[in-house]
Structure formats: C-alpha cells, structure tokens
Design a protein around this ligand. Structure first.
Ligand SMILES: [Zn+2]
Length: 356
C-alpha cells in the first residue's frame, strides 16, 4: 500500500469536547398568593411551576397532606442563614393546582370554565382527601347539567355522589335515547360501570314511557275546557273518540276531537319517546298543524293560542308530574343501591324487576 493510500484511509481525529455542563432546571414561580415569602413547603407541578404554600392550610384542607406532614421531614439542604424549603412533586399541572389551592385558601372559589378542568380539580381533591373542600367544587357541576348531563352523571358515579347523579340523570332525559343507540359517546363514560350505564338507559326508557303515557290515556284531560279541537264542528274528526273527564271531574265521556289535534299528539309522542326531558318547542310542533287549521274558520282563530296554552300549561305539568314519579320510585331505588352498595347482583335484580 502506497503512502497516499494510507493517508486516505486515516480516520480524522475528533476534536476534544468540552465536559458536559450541568444546568439546573428552572422552575417558574406560581402566581400570587402562591408565592408567599413565609411559605414553608413547595408543591412542584408537572409543568415545573413552584407553588410556595403553607403546611397549616394544606393540613386543614387535606387529610393526605396532614398525614404527610406528620412524618419526619428531610430537608434537601440547610445552609447557614438560608432555608431551602421541602419540595413535594405533584402530577397535576399548574392550572389545576392553582384552582385546587384557591378552594383551600381564604379567597373566593374559582369559577371553573370547562367540565374537563373541573373534573381534573375534583380528581385531585379526591386524591388528596379534601373531603370538605370537594363539596364546593362538586356544586359547580350544576353549571354543566344542561350542557353535559351524561358526563356529569359519569363523574358523579365515579365518586359515588348519588344526589348529583340523580339530578344529572334527570337532566340527561333531554339527550335523545337514539344517541345512545347510534355510537354517540361521552368520554367520561369510561368511569361508569356497566350496571350504572344500564341504570341510566333503563331510567331513560322508563321516563319515555311515563312522559308519553298522558298522550295515550286522556282521562286526566277536562273535556269542558273549551279547547277548539273539541268544539269545532267543521274540521274532520279523528275516527276514534278520546275518553276524557267531564268538568265536575267524577265522570268520563267519549269525545271526538279534530284529526289535526291527533296529528299533533303523534308528533309530541315521537319527541317525548326519544327525549322525555326535552322542553317542547311549540313553534316547531305547531307549524305543520297550523297548515291544516288555516282553512277552518273556527280553528284558524283559536288553534295557535289553544295549542300553545295546552302544551305549556296543561300537558307539561302533567308530564313533569309523571316524570317525578319515576324519579321518586325508580331512580331512587336503583341508583342509590348501585352507587352506595355497588352490588352488581342487586342492580341486575332491580333492573330485571323494573323492566318486567
Ligand atoms: Zn276546525
């Protein structure tokens, strides 16, 4: 091998590298009031924010921290004249810990904007055994009953909050039953047992039956109230008369009603069957009916007013009364047993009885 070839295969020398420099992590200071100079402990979040807080406050709010601070503490270092506070690493992010601590400190409770944030705060409170504080966070779930009733139900089941779970189940009646049957999902349902999910669906189904019952059996309806679907003699009558109550309330009679009224009844039944807790929208229900009544001199004048009044002042109170019975009888016996006793066998037994 020639001298030139040896030169070509020689491995170039690597330049000497500087020794690695240790850079201590930089931790961000939390916002006031969690930057206090007289703090005696630091809670460090997963996104590297230091909360300078007071053991006495944490101990009063949290059994977890009270037990922790009763154990002998080891300081990381203690130099002359310089006190280095103990650091407790947490898995929470700074946004969650900030809101959690504001429930513990003597300041106004934070108003949490989203259910995800509230769930994370409640989860942390439960983990740190903040049983008195968590009740105040739990009350903020009410703000999400209308927008996310099923998610609130799932969160309540997760933590065994039966009263709020019942309220959420009642609010979930505004969610169409068909949603549950067509792949619609709520991520919080992962925290619900099969029995609890079954209880929610059974309750929904029971309420559908209860809400539509007054639209199959009209014996609760007074026939002498002057409704135009009873009094009009011009529009086509429905072939089957309704059995209703007379004015004095002790007798029944069969009265023919106009066909357009039974069309309305069919529409209302369909809405309530899928969505027993929904607020009936008179305008949406009325539009197709009014097309039928506009040609009749009797119904044209009164149909809108009578139907509006019937839906809001007569039918809805009756439906709410029927739903209240289901709440009192069904969900109390079913959900309480599932949530408190947590026995799948009992739940299965009751579910079978209720659907029989
Ligand atoms: Zn008419």
């Amino acid at each position: 091998m020639s001298a030139n070839a040896i030169e070509a295969t020689r491995i170039p020398a690597t330049p000497p590298q500087a020794p690695p420099t240790y850079l201590p992590p930089q931790y961000q200071q939390a916002q006031p009031p969690f930057d206090a100079d007289d703090a005696d402990i630091i809670l460090r979040t997963s996104d590297e924010v230091d909360f300078h807080v007071h053991k006495v406050v944490l101990s009063l709010a949290s059994r977890f921290f009270k037990s922790m601070f009763q154990l002998p503490q080891q300081r990381l270092s203690l130099e002359a004249g310089v006190i280095e506070l103990d650091v407790v690493p947490t898995v929470e992010e700074s946004g969650v810990l900030d809101q959690l601590l504001r429930f513990c400190y003597p300041c106004a409770d934070p108003l949490i904007a989203t259910l995800d944030e509230l769930h994370a705060v409640i989860e942390a409170m439960e983990k740190y055994q903040m049983h008195d504080v968590v009740a105040r966070a739990q009350s903020q779930l009410k703000a999400f009953l209308e927008s996310d009733p099923v998610a609130v139900f799932a969160i309540c089941c997760r933590f065994g909050w039966e009263d709020m779970a019942k309220r959420a189940a009642r609010s979930a009646l505004a969610v169409p039953l068909s949603n549950f049957q067509t792949g619609w999902t709520v991520k919080e349902l992962r925290y619900v047992t099969g029995e609890q999910h079954q209880a929610l669906l059974c309750y929904h189904s029971q309420c559908s039956a209860a809400a539509t019952a007054p639209l199959f059996d009209f014996r609760w309806l007074n026939s002498d109230s002057g409704w135009v679907w009873f009094t009009c003699q011009s529009c086509l009558p429905h072939p089957s008369p309704l059995v209703v109550t007379t004015r004095l309330g002790y007798a029944r009679e069969a009265r023919y009603v106009r066909r357009w009224f039974m069309d309305l009844v069919e529409r209302v039944r369909a809405v309530l069957n899928d969505c027993p807790g929904v607020r009936l929208d008179p305008l949406a229900l009325l539009t197709p009916v009014l097309k039928q009544t506009c040609g009749c001199p009797n119904c044209r004048e009164s149909a809108f007013e009578h139907i509006f009044k019937f839906l809001n002042e007569t039918l809805m109170p009756r439906i709410n009364q029927e739903l209240g019975k289901v709440c009192a009888i069904y969900i109390s016996s079913l959900l309480i047993l599932i949530l408190v006793l947590g026995s799948p066998e009992i739940a299965a037994l009751i579910t079978t009885d209720a659907s029989a």
